[in-house]
Write a protein that binds this ligand. Sequence first.
Ligand code: HEC
Length: 133
Amino acid sequence: MRRVLGGFVAVLWSAGLAACAAAPPPTPTPSDPLALGQQVFAQYCAPCHGADGEGFVNALDAPGLNADSEAHLLSDEAILTAIIDGGAASGGNMAPLGDALSEEQEAAVLQYLHTLWTDDQRAAHEAAGGHIP
Ligand code: HEC
């Protein structure tokens, strides 16, 4: 009887392990552009533009990029130029990130910025020709 019970417990135990192995926690993968964009934003933009794109988080006074800002009025081209070239050409303080980021990362963070805006702001952005498909 004792051996039978032990075997039963062993079966339950291994079934439990199998259940754990079958359900790994979801992790964002860089192959998902939005997850990649969020990761790039957190690492490269948030230090100056704020974790939520709220802006004005340090002495450089970087503007907001979220729905409380006017960022949606910029074209995608202007945003990409800012990311790649920084602010030096216009006498600004933004760091040029063209060398630090791959084209895939630049496109992903641009796409992520769109998600910080409201539906109306996204529509206005696209109506102004801002969206590069
Ligand atoms: C070193 C600080 C810094 C970092 C890092 C930074 N920015 Fe900026 N950003 C600024 C500042 C400051 C400005 C205001 C213009 C200027 O002074 O160059 C700005 C302006 C901008 C603008 C507005 C450009 C315009 O034409 O009005 C956009 C869009 C922008 N940043 C996006 C980003 C994105 C996206 C990232 C990350 C990939 C990023 N920035 C990283 C400091 C930064």
